[in-house]
Design a protein around this ligand. Structure first.
Ligand code: F6R
Length: 615
């Protein structure tokens, strides 16, 4: 994971780096560091902890007039988070400075060789090995930095986005990418480098996203020189105009990004509908499906691959696709799928779901599915991301940037896209009556307003959170379309509040988890009308008989569950298959308030990072 920022140009580098690192902190936050070229010297400051700790430690550099620098916020892979293991790393000669996002898998073998040649190492990182390998190649082959980087990277196995400069050539920065993202912002006589475009959005909207196996030499006064790492062949830069705006990446008055993103859901879903959901015309338009309709209609099976919250959205989609479009669906953890020799072929469609579009396991699963001849469709939030580019076709969730580490609006917009897809395919396959199709279109159209109504329970959810904030455990139960929502609710709680939580299909409780229930155990039950309401009410009775504390998510106006539960949270009533889009909201808010009341860092939970670019 990790976030990287670099700058070369006419502005002062320090504020660009610090601000950029703060924006990229969602990618990793266990240590941070920066390097500035100043007056023929390199100033380095590194520390365990967050970017704010770095800012305090590097305060003496704040006035630096340096116009060349780089910074890094780390999510540790090799070596514990401490000052020494933090990036940037410097080569033995003191000339080369490098930051790295990714993993060099064969670093141990390279290190052994370098040690034999007299190199010494201060840290336990693979990155320090890489910077010294580049130095060794540069010396041995007597080549310039760009060529040395290219040759060295051909010896490396693993993933990387790197930024490197040479103290002896301070008008040039070399960057390269394989597997980890790297964007270059192109200004007037200046270049910005970052893991995503957020660090430079206020300076330029011209950006270039490096492809895998590409490197670039950024020299002041020259256009970007793009090369293929394998054979050093020139490549043509594809410079895009960014659509990102500054307010999308700021908190906008909310205490946390997570809360802002929870509240953005009505708009995010509406944005995801835009141009696609057309109830007045009686159609769902999705270019990515229209272009490959035959394939979708002939598909024997859909296999969904994803991780974490995106996997939960995939599970919701399994229920929806099978119910509406009558296409068999399997949902796989990408990390399992990629290593288990799955039976998959040209008659299958693989749907890869990913907010970031950079998740390493999901990318590897896509690669495997393609090798086996499957058609791969991506559902991503980040335009131009690696997964968006690796898939054969796709549909974006237009949720806008999601910065809080706990995924919220990405989940509901993923379900939105997948619902539109299922509905469209059901119609095209002729397995849905016209009347049902129109009813469903209209129900979808109401969802943004219903999500906004669901948010009105926020204050009462906060009161419930106050009651249970010290609970050591929590159970989440749901059935049918809401079983994956129970899993998602439990994941949200554990990742940001560190309370142990489990999600189960409500009926499975009798097969084990019911043993956990006593008067100390809060049980969140999704018990909305329609679907399996009566069955869930029976499950609630079973919990109540064992003195469990029941927090029930119910449809507006419900009276039956109100009499049984300790707390009820009302959500507007919608169709059963669309209910995850409203039942998810109270669970997000509950976990948010529990975490805040427990003084947890909601936007940067411990040990986590927003995009998991290592396997
Ligand atoms: C949980 C969460 C993670 C991600 C997972 C996949 O709140 O954010 O579980 O869902 O790491 O990430 P993407 O969707 O970017 O592939």
């Amino acid at each position: 994971m990790c976030g990287i920022v670099g700058y070369i140009g006419h502005r002062k580098a320090y504020p660009i780096i610090i601000k950029g690192l703060t924006r990229l902190e969602y990618r990793g936050y266990d240590s941070a560091g920066l390097a500035l070229y100043d007056n023929h010297q390199i100033e380095i400051s590194k520390t365990k902890g967050k970017v704010s700790d770095l800012e305090a430690k590097a305060a003496h550099l704040a006035t630096s007039t340096s116009h060349l620098g780089m910074g890094h916020t780390r999510w540790a892979t090799h070596g514990v988070p401490n000052d020494l293991n933090s990036h940037p790393h410097v080569s033995n000669s003191g000339n080369l400075v490098l930051i790295h996002n990714g993993i060099i898998e064969n670093y141990d073998a390279i290190k052994t060789e370098l040690v034999k040649r007299g190199y010494t190492f201060q840290s336990d990182t693979d990155t320090e090995v890489l910077v010294n390998l580049i130095e060794e190649v540069k010396k041995k082959e007597n080549v310039k930095l760009g060529k040395a980087v290219q040759l060295a990277l051909n010896e490396v196995v693993g993933a990387y986005a790197i930024v490197v400069f040479d103290l002896q050539k301070p008008d040039e920065v070399v960057v390269a990418k394989l597997g980890s993202p790297l964007a270059i912002g192109i200004g007037d006589q200046e270049f910005f480098i970052a893991s995503d475009a957020s660090p430079f959005i206020e300076y330029t909207t011209d950006a270039l996203y490096l492809e895998d196996h590409e490197m670039a030499i950024l020299k002041l006064g020259r256009p970007v020189k793009l090369r293929k790492i394998k054979d050093d062949a020139p490549a043509t830069p594809n410079i895009l105009e960014l659509q990102l705006s500054l307010d999308q990446i700021e908190k906008g008055g909310y205490d946390h990004f997570m809360l802002k993103e929870i509240y953005e859901q009505p708009k995010a879903i509406q944005d995801t509908y835009r141009g696609r959901l057309r109830p007045e015309e009686g159609l769902v338009k999705m270019a990515g499906i229209d272009a490959h309709l035959e394939r979708f209609l002939k598909a024997k099976r859909i296999v969904i691959v994803a991780c974490g919250t995106s996997w939960h959205a995939g599970l919701v989609a399994e229920y929806i696709f099978e119910d509406l479009a009558r296409i068999p669906v399997e949902v796989e953890y990408a990390s399992e799928f990629r290593y288990r020799n799955p039976i998959i072929g040209p008659e299958d469609i693989v749907i890869a779901i990913s907010q970031s579009g950079e998740t390493a396991d999901t990318l590897a699963a896509i690669k495997l599915a393609k090798e086996k001849g499957a058609f791969v469709f991506g559902v991503c939030n980040v335009a131009g991301s690696s997964i968006a580019r690796a898939t054969d076709a796709g549909a974006y969730t237009h949720a806008g940037p999601e910065i809080g580490v706990a995924s919220t609006k990405a989940f509901t917009t993923q379900i939105t896209v997948l619902s539109l897809m299922a509905l469209k395919l059901a119609k095209e396959k002729g397995v849905l009556s016209t009347i049902d199709f129109h009813t469903y279109l209209n129900a979808l159209a109401q969802i943004p307003a219903q999500v906004a109504l669901a948010l009105q329970a926020d204050a009462s959810i906060k009161e419930i959170a106050q009651v249970y904030k010290d609970a050591p455990n929590c159970l989440y139960l749901g059935r049918g379309f809401n079983f994956p929502v129970a899993l998602e609710g439990a994941l949200k709680l554990k990742e940001i509040s560190y309370i142990h939580a489990e999600g189960y299909p409500a009926a499975e409780m009798k097969h084990g988890p019911i043993a956990l229930i006593d008067d100390q155990m809060p049980v969140v039950v999704i018990a909305t009308k329609r679907g399996h309401y009566e069955k869930v009410v029976s499950n609630i009775q079973e919990i109540k008989s064992r003195s469990g504390k029941i927090i029930a998510i119910v449809s507006k106006g419900d009276v039956t569950v109100r009499d049984l539960a300790d707390h009820v949270i009302e959500v507007p009533e919608t169709l059963d298959w669309l209910s995850p889009l409203v039942t998810t909201l109270p669970l997000q808010l509950l976990s948010y308030h529990m975490a805040v009341l427990r003084n947890c860092n909601v936007d940067q939970p411990r040990n986590l990072a927003k995009s998991v670019t290592v396997e």
